[in-house]
Every structure is written in C-alpha cells, then in structure tokens.
Design a protein around this ligand. Structure first.
Ligand SMILES: *[C@@H]1O[C@H](CO)[C@@H](O)[C@H](O)[C@H]1NC(C)=O
Ligand SMILES: *[C@@H]1O[C@H](CO)[C@@H](O)[C@H](O)[C@H]1NC(C)=O
Ligand SMILES: *[C@@H]1O[C@H](CO)[C@@H](O)[C@H](O)[C@H]1NC(C)=O
Ligand SMILES: *[C@@H]1O[C@H](CO)[C@@H](O)[C@H](O)[C@H]1NC(C)=O
Length: 331
C-alpha cells in the first residue's frame, strides 16, 4: 500500500520535472513558425506539442520549461519574426544569422537575460527604437548586413549604453547615419566594435579617449564618411586592429600612435591625412600597415611592419630611406 502510493508520487514528480513548455513560450514559437514561408525547414512536429520535450524540438533549447535558446543559423528561413518575440523572457541566446528573414525586426526590449544575439545576414527592413531597452545582460550583438530603415537611416538609441557587459557589437552595412555615438567610447566592456560600410559622419569623439576597444572598424563610410583628427586613437592602448580606411579623416598621424603597443593591423587608406609619417609609426612592428591614398609628404621611412602599402601620396621620393632633396622639398 505504502510502496504503491510512493510510486504514484514519484511518477507525478517526474511529470512536474519534465513539465510541458510554458504556454506563453509555446505561443511565441507557434507564431514564429506561422510567420515563415518555409516552416518545414525547422522540422517541427505538425500538430504542435511540447517544444521543450524531452526531446526538445530542433533549434530549441529550454531550461525548466522555458525557452532559453533558438539556434537556427543558416537554415534558409524566409518570412518574418513575431512581434511578441520578447515574451520569451528567459531567452539568453538567439542565433538566426544567415537566413532570409525580412520585415520588421521585433523589439527585444526587456529581454534582460539575453546574452548573445546573432541577427546578421538577413533582410530585415526596420528596427524599432526600443529594440535595445533593458538588455541588461547583453554581451554580443550582431546586426550586420540588414537593410534597417534604409530611407531615413538610423542611429543607436541611448538605451544601448545600459548594456554594461556588452563586449562585441557589430552593425556593418546596416544603414547607420550621423555621428558615431559618443557613449560607445565609454562602455566599460566593449572590446570589438565593427561599424564598417554605413553612412557615419563627424568625428571620433573625445569619449573614446582611453577606451578599452581591441578591434575598431569604422572603414568605408558611404556619402563622405567621418572627418576630423585621429589623435584620440593614440590613447586607445588596447587596440590590436584599427580600420579607418575610406573616410575623410584629416590632420597628421599622431606621433604617439606608437603608444599602441598591441596594434598589429592599421589601415588608414583613402583619407585626407597630411604631414610626415612619424618615425614612431615606422618603428612599429605591425603585421599590416596601409597608408595608401592620403596626402602624406616628405621622405618614406624604412618600416618595421611586415607589410606596408603606401602608394598615392605626396612623398618626395619613391623609395624608403631616401631623404628629400632640398630642391624638391621646397616645391
Ligand atoms: C526605424 O523605422 C521605424 C519605422 O519608420 C521607426 O518606427 C523606428 O523608430 C526607426 N528605428 C530607429 C532606431 O530609429
Ligand atoms: C567577438 O568578436 C571577436 C572578434 O571579431 C570574435 O573573435 C569573437 O568570436 C566574438 N565573440 C563572440 C562570442 O561572438
Ligand atoms: C603614451 O605613453 C606615455 C608613456 O607611457 C604616456 O605618458 C602618454 O600619455 C601616452 N600617450 C597617450 C596618447 O596615451
Ligand atoms: C598625442 O599626439 C597628439 C598629436 O600629435 C597630441 O595632440 C596629443 O597631445 C598627444 N598626447 C599625449 C598624451 O602625448
């Protein structure tokens, strides 16, 4: 009698442990499926059921009957995302990169457990202004190669600065306009910032002074590009890769750029930099240095970098190490 009761109790405990998927989460997943043109690629069961399983459905990961991850990278999904995606409040990792998702990117507002979000290489055409609200735990966000807000362009909302753990942020070719937001320079954890191929303009603001960035890509801004001096980069001593090519940065290359002792790839191609190449730069043991297409003058120093590209400038002599002749120097 006692033992029979015990086993009934045990069975019901088992049921509790593997309890069915949270009904709210199930609704969002069903809407996600319904918004796709080719939902069959997910290989989810026809008649609904229990995404958290066991076994859990393809591309879905759960903890305690809540959906914590959706991983459907490069599946070939076409269609739109449900606008209530942020009801998956325990979501910590979403990987939808390299699909053909389109339409409005839903707000991620309030996804306070979200750490990793890969939405790059899709065809979303707008991003809501509250997208970044309350992403308290965000570490990595990739939005590259989408067509967000193409006609007006867009800029990062201030709310992003509350994501204090953000380390990687990339939004290449995603229609950013206006200045590079100053708050990005003082985000404490940000180490990789990739914003190539947008329509950014204006200067690298003073807030970037001393920033902990390791990789900074601001290259190839369309419609003109960024302007002003690059002096501030000499204070960013964690930099390993600095790509500023394809802009309109002006002034001289700062003498103290040699403070960037970890730097191994510096690309300043196609800017409006003037003056002499500082000997401090020539002495840096970079893997790659590109100074092509500027208005640099004077002699070409002997470089310690492994690979140097510097055609199309205003040097007085064609070869490294030769001094300018006094006559040419004054021309
Ligand atoms: C993008 O465009 C949409 C629709 O016009 C607008 O509601 C939204 O605020 C824009 N996003 C940003 C970040 O400005
Ligand atoms: C962060 O960015 C770096 C540099 O691109 C990359 O090597 C690393 O894998 C990224 N981290 C994550 C978690 O995506
Ligand atoms: C370069 O390094 C020197 C010595 O460590 C330091 O005094 C100077 O402030 C640094 N310059 C920049 C631009 O950070
Ligand atoms: C670094 O060099 C720039 C330009 O050469 C100069 O304006 C700046 O004061 C220097 N900073 C330090 C700390 O040496």
């Amino acid at each position: 009698m006692k033992s029979k009761f015990g086993s009934v109790l045990l069975l019901s405990l088992v049921t509790v442990v593997f309890s069915t998927t949270d009904p709210g989460d199930l609704d969002v997943l069903m809407e996600f499926r319904d918004g796709l043109d080719n939902p069959e690629l997910l290989k989810w069961p026809e008649n609904g059921g229990d995404p958290c399983g066991p076994p859990s459905w393809n591309h879905v990961y759960c903890e305690n009957s809540r959906v914590t991850q959706i991983q459907a990278q490069g599946v070939g999904l076409k269609g739109t995302l449900p606008q209530n995606l942020n009801k998956l409040s325990m979501l910590n990792n979403i990987g939808l990169q390299s699909n053909q998702l389109s339409g409005k990117l839903p707000s991620f507002s309030g996804l306070s457990n979200l750490r990793y979000a890969y939405l790059d290489f899709n065809s979303f055409d707008s991003i809501p202004s509250d997208f970044f609200d309350g992403l308290d735990d965000l570490q990595v966000m990739a939005l590259d190669h989408n067509n967000f807000n193409a006609t007006t362009g867009w800029s990062f909302p201030k709310a992003l600065q509350n994501s204090a753990h953000l380390t990687n942020f990339s939004c290449m070719n995603c229609n950013l306009i206006g200045s590079l937001p100053g708050f990005l320079g003082s985000m404490p954890s940000l180490t990789n910032l990739m914003l190539s191929s947008n329509r950014l303009s204006g200067e690298i603001q003073g807030t970037f002074s001393g920033s902990a960035l390791q990789m900074l890509w601001l290259n190839n801004q369309l419609h003109g590009g960024m302007t002003g001096s690059i002096d501030v980069v000499a204070t960013m001593e964690s930099l390993t890769v600095l790509w500023l090519h394809g802009n309109q940065f002006s002034g001289t290359i700062p003498e103290n750029i040699s403070n960037l002792t970890l730097l191994n790839d510096l690309n300043l191609n196609s800017n409006k930099l003037v003056g002499l190449i500082p000997s401090s730069l020539a002495n840096m043991r970079l893997e790659r240095l590109d100074l092509n297409n500027n208005q640099l003058m004077g002699p070409i120093p002997v470089f310690k970098a492994s690979k140097v590209i510097l055609a199309s400038n205003k040097f007085c002599r064609a070869s490294p190490g030769l001094l300018c002749s006094p006559k040419l120097w004054h021309l």
